[in-house]
Ligand binder design. Structure first.
Ligand SMILES: Cc1ncc(C[n+]2csc(CCOP(=O)(O)OP(=O)(O)O)c2C)c(N)n1
Ligand SMILES: [Mg+2]
Length: 571
């Protein structure tokens, strides 16, 4: 896009300007949960729609978590920035948990909401008494969000609105990517202004570490006897998945996705994949941390004798309170291109082929042993005829999911098992980050960006109950986004019980069974929430019925209907 064509219509104002600025910033989709400040934007959309003029695609959602969470899922899959319009401070607070989730997920997103700066004292358009009575926030709504967005500010006038919108999106797109926020006062949106042609913002440039830095690390890796690669989110970076595979195979290096991993980074079935524990690799001599925020726990528990190389566009994440990487060297470039350059450079150095072959063999043996253990767990769960164990559910999901399925995961105690048993193909998995209650919206946003792909939301019963179910299922239906929701239902917050027992293993609650913060036994059948929407529902308790129930549900989703499968598990 060279420039954005100006409208010829009279009445150009802040609302029109915002649309043009979003287009200039290459925001193609806006997810909104409405408030009265957006009338100027709605008016501009209506006018443009009638006149056949360009505007971002705009969607009304019925809950702030749905608007923000869909933006997160959309952005994670499309790798495009998302636009989100919320209402004043109130809507911002309602959407806050999901905005925090977008920050943790590293999603480029522009969130806007509003305030009044005249409170009805100015001649002319009346902003409405609600701004005076109960919507105002001391310090402005941007003060509310500044702790969990990358950058937040007020737009002071209609003249600076386009520049601030483009800058806010450009900031959101720079590493570390994350949400930015603009408070666009209602008066700025209503302000008449002459139309100016806006230049389309240029895409971000690439950043690759300089050759001499890459060469130094390449030599170190080529000479390493026990090289280990640890990554949380290399697979989320453009070119990262393939580049990581290339480097690991060249080196015969172990690859670990720690518990803090949030996406699919490396094929699980690959002999170099060594699971999720860094602990067994404490004897590494060179450890490459790729896109890791929190690779070790406790944080300072780094392998004592390893040379640690951190590869990350911005290793020190400004939003992380306490972060210990233990780095001896940094490569601070974009992950995909820097990994690819590193691989090319390693090829220039002499690697001992016999040493690589020996490492591969040793790692393949360990991989096979771990695989046998996983298979044994699955077999044991399948032999159980009275109740469904989570391993059986995970196995059936893997077996029945069509190729190219994307799994969005908002499970807690089942997540480790789920990941370990999945194939880990490129772009096949997203872990929902931040507070519970965003899984449905994130899955819908992912489906929005990948309509041809089957999307499965794996979700705990507690997590499902936290979600804005009414508004999410309405969005699934109204926007034509069929997803398969599989509830890992243990009728409790099992994680709360496990935490309690960790602190008080021999305490009163353990002795009497009198736990707080755990019981969800009074929940209704969660699959019944499908009924008002005409969606497909299954409730499964009998292991022999699990496969057919999932098959029917996958079939319904393929036919365009969201399905909720409520699976009652042993724990
Ligand atoms: C918004 C929010 N409130 C509370 C919590 C604390 N919390 C973490 S896990 C959890 C229970 C989740 O239950 P469920 O989804 O059923 O998973 P399970 O623990 O049974 O595996 C709670 C309440 C949270 N993470 N987010
Ligand atoms: Mg539960």
């Amino acid at each position: 896009m060279d420039g954005v064509t100006p409208s010829t219509a009279a009445g150009y104002d802040g609302g029109e300007t915002l649309l043009d600025a979003l287009l200039a910033a290459a925001i193609e989709v806006v997810f909104s949960s409405p408030g009265s400040e957006w009338a100027p934007v709605w008016e501009a959309i209506a006018r443009r729609s009638a006149a056949g003029e360009a505007a971002p695609v705009y969607h009304d959602l019925w809950h702030e978590t749905v608007a923000v969470g869909m933006g997160t899922g959309y952005s994670l899959v499309s790798r495009r920035p998302a636009g989100v319009l919320l209402h004043a401070g109130a809507g911002l607070l309602q959407g806050a948990s999901a905005i925090h989730g977008a920050q943790l997920a590293g999603v480029p997103m522009l969130v806007c909401s509003s305030e009044s700066i005249t409170y009805g004292e100015r001649e002319g358009a009346d902003p409405g008494s609600q701004w005076y009575r109960n919507l105002s926030v001391v310090g402005g709504p941007h003060g509310l969000v500044s702790g969990f967005v990358k950058w937040a500010n007020q737009v002071g006038s209609v003249e600076v609105l386009p520049g601030m919108v483009v800058r806010a999106v450009e900031l959101a797109e720079r590493a570390p990517q994350g949400p930015t926020y603009l408070n666009v006062p209602l008066e700025v949106l209503l302000e008449p202004t002459p139309r100016r042609e806006l230049r389309a913002a240029a895409p971000p440039g690439r950043r690759v570490s300089p050759p001499e830095e890459i060469d130094e690390i390449a030599r170190m890796l080529a000479q390493a006897e026990r090289p280990v690669i640890v990554t949380e989110s290399a697979g989320q970076e453009p070119g990262g998945y393939e580049a990581l595979l290339g480097l690991a195979e060249l080196l015969g290096a172990a690859v670990i996705e720690p518990q803090s991993a949030v996406c699919a980074n490396f094929p699980r079935g690959h002999p170099l994949h060594q699971g999720s524990e860094v602990g067994p690799f404490r004897d590494a001599d060179v450890m490459l941390l790729v896109n890791c925020r929190a690779p070790f726990y406790p944080p300072s528990n780094r392998p004592p004798d390893a040379t640690i190389v951190v590869l990350d566009a911005v290793p020190q994440r400004p939003h992380v309170v306490y972060q210990v990487l233990g780095a001896d060297h940094y490569l601070e470039g974009d992950v995909g291109p820097t990994l690819a350059a590193l691989t090319a450079s390693v090829r220039e150095h002499a690697i001992e082929p016999a040493a690589v072959a020996a490492r591969r063999e040793r790692l393949a043996d360990a991989h096979a042993e771990a695989g046998d253990k996983l298979a044994a767990v699955e077999r044991r769960s399948a032999s159980r005829l009275d109740a469904i164990e989570s391993a059986l559910l995970v196995r059936r999901l893997r077996e029945l999911a069509p190729a190219d399925t994307l799994i969005v995961d908002e499970t807690i105690t089942h997540s480790r098992l789920l990941r370990a048993h999945l194939a880990g193909e490129r772009d096949s998995y997203i872990y929902v980050q931040g507070g519970l209650g965003q899984g449905l919206p994130v899955a819908l946003g992912a489906k929005y960006a990948a309509r041809a792909r089957p999307v499965v939301l794996a979700i705990g019963d507690g997590a499902f109950i936290y979600n804005p179910v009414i508004a999410s299922l309405a969005a699934a239906r109204d926007l034509g986004l069929p997803v398969l929701v599989v509830i890992f239902n243990n009728r409790q917050y099992l994680s709360m019980k496990m935490n309690h027992l960790r602190f008080y293993p021999d305490g009163a609650a353990a002795a009497t069974g009198d736990f707080r913060g755990v019981d969800l036994a009074s929940q209704p059948d969660l699959s019944e929430f499908a009924a008002p929407y005409g969606m497909h529902a299954e409730r499964v308790e009998d292991p022999s019925e699990l496969a057919s129930a999932l098959e029917r549900a996958f079939g319904a989703v393929a036919g365009g209907t969201t399905s909720i499968v409520n699976v009652l598990l042993t724990k």
